[in-house]
Design a protein around this ligand. Structure first.
Ligand code: GLP
Length: 235
C-alpha cells in the first residue's frame, strides 16, 4: 500500500521526512536504510538540526559507484559524510565499497550486512526512468546487492555532479529490489517536474520491471512524499 503525502516544496518534504524518522525511532527502529542524490538533502538538513540521536543506530546505504573511493568528493560515502554522518554519527554506517577488488565478494559482504542488520526504515529517491537505488528498468525484482551497468539516461542525469560526463562512473553497486523490499517500511521522496512521470507510473501504473519503483505497490508499508511538481500528474 502506498500512502502519498503532498507537500509544497522540498523544504517541507524534508520536515515531513523528519517526522517519519522521529516516529520510526520512537517505534524502536534501529537500522536506517539511507539514500543519496539531491532529493534527500533537505531531509538530512532536518535530521542534522533535530535532536535525534543516532549514535546507537546503524545505517546501511543503498548504493555506491564502482571505482570511487570514500575520499573522492563524488562518491556516495563522501556525500553521506558531508550531509549527515559528520554531524550525526551512527554507531556503524555501511556503504558498498566502490574500491573492492572482487565485485562478487563485495556483493556477498553487503548482503551479509543486510542480513545482520534488518532495515526498519528505508529512505529512497527515484530516478527519472523509475529506478530505485541503481536498479534500472528490467532489473530482476528478487535481486539482492549486485553490480550494475548504469543506463545512458542515469549517467547523463548524474553528470551534473561531475566536471565532465566521461568522469561519471559506468558501474555501481546497488542493493537489489529484493533487498529494498525487505525493509519493514519505505519512505520515498520525489521533488520537481522531472520526476512527475516516474511518480505517476510508480503509483498508478502497472507493476512492471520496466518501472522498478512500481514494485513498491506490493510492499505493505510505503510512504511517498511529493512536492506539487512531482505529484502534478497524480489524480
Ligand atoms: N542512485 C541514485 C538514486 O538513489 C537516486 O534516487 C537517483 C535520483 O537522484 P536525485 O535525487 O539527485 O534526483 O539518482 C541516483 O541514480
Amino acid at each position: 500500500m502506498i500512502k502519498v503525502i503532498k507537500v509544497k516544496d522540498q523544504v517541507e518534504g524534508g520536515k515531513k521526512a523528519l517526522e517519519i524518522f522521529s516516529e520510526a525511532k520512537n517505534n524502536g527502529v534501529r537500522v536506517f536504510g539511507l539514500a543519496t542524490g539531491s532529493t534527500p538533502v533537505t531531509t538530512y538538513e532536518q535530521l542534522v538540526k533535530s535532536d535525534l540521536d543516532f549514535s546507537n543506530d546503524i545505517s546501511v546505504n543503498l548504493d555506491e559507484y564502482v571505482g570511487l573511493s570514500k575520499d573522492n568528493p563524488q562518491s556516495y560515502a563522501y556525500y553521506m559524510h558531508e550531509h549527515l554522518f559528520k554531524h550525526k554519527p551512527f554507531k556503524h554506517s555501511y556503504l558498498p565499497n566502490g574500491m573492492a577488488k572482487d565485485s562478487s565478494l563485495e556483493c556477498q559482504r553487503y548482503n551479509q550486512i543486510l542480513e545482520d542488520n534488518h532495515v526498519g526504515l528505508q529512505l529512497l529517491g527515484i530516478g527519472r526512468n523509475g529506478h530505485i537505488g541503481f536498479n534500472e528498468p528490467g532489473t530482476d525484482i528478487n535481486e539482492k546487492t549486485h553490480r550494475v551497468a548504469l543506463t545512458p539516461s542515469t549517467i547523463e542525469a548524474n553528470a551534473r555532479f561531475f566536471e565532465d560526463e566521461n568522469e561519471v562512473p559506468k558501474y555501481a553497486y546497488s542493493m537489489g529490489i529484493g533487498s529494498i523490499m525487505n525493509a519493514d517500511a519505505i519512505l520515498l521522496e520525489a521533488f520537481g517536474k522531472k520526476k512527475a512521470q516516474a511518480v505517476k507510473a510508480m503509483i498508478d501504473g502497472e507493476v512492471t520491471p520496466d518501472v522498478p519503483a512500481s514494485i513498491l505497490q506490493k510492499h505493505p508499508n510505503v510512504t511517498v512524499i511529493v512536492d506539487e511538481e512531482a505529484g502534478g500528474l497524480l489524480d
